[in-house]
Structure formats: C-alpha cells, structure tokens
Design a protein around this ligand. Sequence first.
Ligand code: GLA
Length: 399
Amino acid sequence: MIERNVTVEQLAREARDAFARQFGRPATQVVAAPGRVNLIGEHIDYNDGFVLPMAIERFVVLAADRVTTPLATDHRPGYRVHSLTAGQTESWPWGGAPASGRGSWVSYVWGVLDLCARRQLATGPLDLVVHSSVPIGGGLSSSAALEVATATLVEALTGARLEPADKALLCQRAEHEYAGVPCGIMDQFSSVFGRAEHLILLDCRTRRVELVPLAANDVAVLITNSNVKHALTGGEYAQRRGQCEAAARRLGVASLRDCSLDQLVAHQSALEPILWRRAHHVVSEIARTTQAAAALAQRAWEDVGRLMYASHQSLREDYEVSCDELDVLVDLARERGVPGGVFGSRMTGAGFGGCTVSLVQAHQVDAIAAHLARGYTARTGIAPTMFVSRPAAGAGVVN
Ligand code: GLA
C-alpha cells in the first residue's frame, strides 16, 4: 500500500548504469536534489509571507561526465541529456538551445546551465543522465529538484560554490525564463536548504531560513498522490498571483504580507468579492503558518492538524485551487480523525490535483493508508499512490 522510498544511493547506481549504457563510458559526477512537500503556507511564497516545507526522501539524480570528443550528430560539441523518466535524449550545441525549447523537461536543465555559463560557471560540453523518484506532476517539485540538481552539478564540475540563497534564486529564474513558469521561491529553497529531521520555516520576504525540528518517531508525514492533474494549473497560477497583486494595490500595501487580518476586515468594502477571498486566504494562511511552526516546536500535533484542515478549507473556498479528488482525500483523512491516528490533512503544492499531506500517528500509518486508498478508489475510481517521508537533506554530491 505504502510505497517504499528508493535510497539516493540506489538511484545513483541506476543513474550510473544508465549513463554507461547510454554513453559508453562511466559517469564522473553524480549529484542529487530532493523534491519537497509543503506542510502549510500554500500560495504564500509570492506574497512575501511564511511557508513551512520540508525536503522529502524523493530525489532527482544526475550522472554526468564532460565531453571531450565532438558530438557525432553535428560534429559540434554540446550537451546530450538522457532522461530515464521521459525515455528521451535531447541534445543541443554548446551555446545553443534544445529544439524542444521552453517548457519541456529539458528546459529546466538548459536554463540552469545557461544562466550559470553567463556567470562564468561554464561546464563545457556535457553528457548527462536524469533519474528521478519525485513523481512528475504530483506537486512535489520535480522541476525545482531538477533545476537544483543541475546547479549542484555545475558546482561539482567547476569547483565553484554558489551561495545557497543565490543558487535557489538562479534556479527560480531558470524556471521563469526558460520554462515559462512564474513560480515563487519555496520549491528551490526547499531543495537547497533541506535538512534531515527538520522543516524549513522560510520568510519569503527576507529569505531567512529557520529550521524547525521534526525528529519525532511517533508522528509521520504521509503523502498521498491523487494521481490527477487538471490541465488548468499554469494559467490559474498566474491569475492568482495577479489577483493578489491587485488586492495589495487596492489595500495600499507592498504585498499582502503587510496586511493584518483586522486591517483586511476593515477594508473589505474596498475589494470586490473575488479579491477579498484571495486576500483572505493569504492573510489567514500566513498567520496559520507561523502558528503551525510554533505548535510543531511544542509537539502540539493536534493544533498543527487543525491548522492544516483550516488551510485546506481556505484553499478550497477562498483561493479556489483544490479539486474534488483532493477534497475526497482530505475528507477521508478527517473521517479517521485523531482517534484513527490522523492529526490533520490538506492539499499541498499549487493545487488542481497532485498530493495531499497528512500528519499522522506513525503506528497507525498502514491502517490510515488503507482507509484512504479504499475510500478514494470507491469514490473516484482512481487508485492513489502513497508514501511516507522524513525530512531529507538538501542537494549535494553523491559519492
Ligand atoms: C508551486 C510553486 C511554488 C508555490 C506553490 C504554491 O509549487 O512553484 O512557488 O507558489 O506552487 O504554494
């Protein structure tokens, strides 16, 4: 029922094997970068507020070697990137761009390599294999993990070291400019700053990272993939960003971070209903996130759980980024309740499909997973996939 997480060492072995098969020589560098799950603080990073993600035991692994002989295809040295997940190889000449261009999986690699090269961090021609255990399109930041893995590879190959926040921002820029996705900073920061046994309380305005311990053996973080992804995510995401900016302008603040709940309520008439709902989610979610960080530090699991349910409700009703399948999963979790071992549950990531995150009693996790799987399949006809993750370390070289 619950999928086991493949270790980073195993993924590295598989990536090395694939590299040798694909390119006929051994890889000389292997790096890994984790995906993330956000416990609370959703759609908050681009509003300058607080988010509380953790890196997960799911990784993008890159195996690579520099190219010293010209590419056979066009006799010009360049990049060859083989993705085990996509089952595709993309190649493009040094200084050029991949043919599939903006938005394809390879644009995350290309973007980071290109931005690094512009900063004199040029790797030179390169062959690489991409391997991943982060579900694609599951809202667990497979793209940020790919970007951060690429930046980590550049560091390993050039011997240069990017300052960590700068590295995360470079990866975010690659996502904006090369993949065309106007994301915030949460995913890339999580993949860079992840720490075993810790959540990351990130102040998205100052970019200050505070680590919140989550080393308890009695609680577990259960991630349930609805295995649906409704196609509207891209446009809806940019639209929500625009609505938040419009609400902030109307309220006369730089961002919704600068507005308290009292101030917002006092100015309700200044906002049309849709902007009010968006702003209400953001302002209340920022408060929930700092409260959840404090409750976690006290191991007040039931308080954290209540905040998670409230977050889901706010995302569903005010922010309107949930969907039926995610709501079913959260309802099923709530059915078991605290006596059944569930403290709280909510959708995680951008929404419209993807995963829920639940904080549960570790010893009841199998029964909870069985309950969710049975109920979800009965109500939607879809089988979910589930795994448990402890907070993982951020990106690095795999020896
Ligand atoms: C996506 C984005 C993040 C963040 C979340 C919503 O994962 O990449 O920057 O905005 O959605 O919290």
